[in-house]
Design a protein. Structure first.
Lengths: 293, 239
């Protein structure tokens, strides 16, 4: 059983973090500026897979290096770049390298990334990828053929967007993901406790742990960008104004206070947090200190 | 030529399970050419439905269903029969099914599966598209095609890129899954989302040689061949 699975099964409030692999083989920044700040504060670390359709060093390789150091990786797999043969092979390979947790995503479309002329694969999607994990766990591949050794301890999860409209579609898809084998959920960033509550009122009925997605708002510009361009994410004016009223150099303090208030409000509603620091990894420990976590 | 083949009988019956009274719309174009439509097939389908305990309120053959304006004007003559029907079975490629569905208030269900055209073909261009995936999903998706309307061709619902009903790929482009969801919600059929197969079968995209050799295609080949043969007079003159 993975540490993540153990933590969630025991009903502990579980915190996960996230790092983005670099575009190249120099891992210095990734380790010194990202992993080092969060490694002692989270149960497991997500490693993104060609995030935003931008080519980077593979997620499997970074996960394997984390595992080698005794850290707990969560391998993110998207369906944009590989077909069902390649993905199944990667899952088995990751398992052999000590990776147990997998987060299944459909993936952003190629058109927004740095290789817009590449072939969009999408042979599988988030739901069929979860079904693939379940099949492999049970010792069979997608063609129904027997495996020589099943990756029986895979712990598969998925994502959900609490602020998405129409919310009915999110809930149906969440249910479909659970039927396909999702054992935990990490959410897209959310800032409005009321919206999160509305979502959890529906989602908690499924009995699958939900880790609330936390992206620290760094500036009013970032908030405005998220509101106009990130689907299903809404930063309320009540969070933007205090940041606008604060001089640039002191903003991080206000950011952490705002996030702490939000986290304390949503804590009783969910089973943990998924913190996507996106360059602000050094602020994760003080934020968690402020939350008493 | 858009090659399409009749769906298996059991699939048709499953599709019309909840309807007692049906209307048949058939395309007089490509399906006639590849022997999957036309008068004879309409009669065959009507007989089959009758034997299976369904009432066929009427039928019509229209050249060509990809011409949506024509579909609308021609169906005006059948309003009486359509009012007595709960759904329409369409003998055509996926475009004809979508075009028919977009001109009437009844569910338009595909009686045929469309095979890959593997290239450009003569079509009346409107908003409907058919990719010839070999497995027509339109009966489950409220007549909106997930393969052509979704930029990622997803089968399991909308991705995280949907924003105000639009696609992450292009801000002006409708999200196909948003259209499917709102249509099914309107029809009270959101349960359909759980019936869609999770995986695509890409073998169906490949077309066998016999399926390509349709009657009309063979005729066209023959005409071209004969036209190119030098006439007896021309041969004489050369001498």
């Amino acid at each position: 059983m993975s540490k993540l699975q153990e933590s969630l099964t025991q009903g502990q409030f579980t915190i996960t973090g996230e790092v983005g692999p670099p575009k190249g083989v120099d891992l210095h920044h990734c380790w010194q500026e990202e992993v080092s700040y969060i490694r002692n504060r989270v149960v497991a670390i997500n490693v993104t897979d060609n995030q935003s359709s931008v080519m980077r060093i593979s997620s499997v390789s970074i996960c394997a290096l984390l595992a080698k150091e005794g850290l707990e990786p969560i391998l993110q797999i998207t369906c944009r770049d590989r077909n069902r043969l390649a993905i199944q092979g990667d899952i088995l390979g990751a398992y052999a390298l000590g990776i147990r947790n997998i987060l299944a995503l459909t993936g952003d479309h190629n058109s927004a990334g740095d290789h817009p002329g590449s072939m969009p694969v999408f042979d599988l999607d988030s739901v069929s990828l979860l079904a693939t994990l379940s099949a492999l766990k049970g010792g069979k591949d997608l063609a129904g053929l027997d495996l020589e050794g099943a990756p029986a301890d895979i712990f598969g999860g998925a994502i959900v967007t609490p602020g998405a409209e129409p919310i009915g579609m999110q809930i149906i898809k969440m249910e479909r993901k659970i039927e396909a084998g999702a054992k935990f959920f990490q959410t897209q960033a959310i800032y409005d406790p009321k919206t999160f509550e509305r979502f959890m009122n529906k989602a908690s009925a499924f009995g699958v742990p939900v880790l609330c997605g936390i992206v620290i708002i760094k500036s009013p510009a970032m908030a405005k960008y998220m509101n106009s361009s990130v689907p299903g994410v809404f930063v309320p004016e009540a969070m933007i104004k205090p940041l606008s009223d604060t001089p640039k150099e002191d903003r991080w303090k206000v950011s952490l206070e705002l996030m702490t208030t939000f986290i304390q409000e949503i804590k009783p509603m969910c089973q943990g947090l998924h913190i996507m620091a996106m360059g602000w990894e050094k602020y994760v420990p003080p934020m968690l200190d402020m939350c008493g976590m | 030529m858009v090659v399409n083949v009749p769906k298996p009988d059991n699939e048709i019956l499953e599709m019309v399970k909840e309807y007692n009274s049906l209307f048949i719309v058939a395309c007089g174009g490509c399906p006639v050419g590849c022997n999957s439509g036309g008068e004879a097939k309409v009669r065959e389908l009507a007989d089959f439905l009758g034997r299976s305990g369904k009432k066929v309120a009427g039928s019509t053959l229209i050249d060509f269903l990809c011409n949506k304006a024509l579909v609308g004007t021609r169906l005006l003559a059948n309003v009486g029969q359509l009012k007595k029907s709960q759904a329409v079975l369409v003998l055509s490629c996926g475009i004809g099914v979508q075009a028919t569905g977009n001109m009437i208030d009844l569910p338009a269900l595909p009686a045929n599966d469309t095979l890959g055209s593997q290239g450009m073909q003569g079509l009346w261009p409107s908003t409907e598209r058919c990719a010839g995936c070999g497995t027509c999903y339109l009966a489950l998706t409220g007549g909106v095609c997930p393969i052509t309307m979704c930029a990622k061709h997803l089968l399991n619902g909308m991705c995280g890129g949907q924003h105000d009903g639009k696609c992450e790929v292009e801000k002006t482009r409708d999200c196909g899954w948003y259209l499917i969801y709102t249509k099914l919600e309107e029809l009270g059929k959101l349960d359909n989302l759980k019936k869609i197969p999770k995986l695509r079968d890409f073998r169906k995209v490949e077309v066998s040689d016999t399926e390509r050799n349709t009657t009309r295609w063979a005729l066209e080949k023959q005409d071209v061949y004969e036209a190119r043969k030098p006439s007896a007079e021309a041969k004489e003159e050369k001498k």
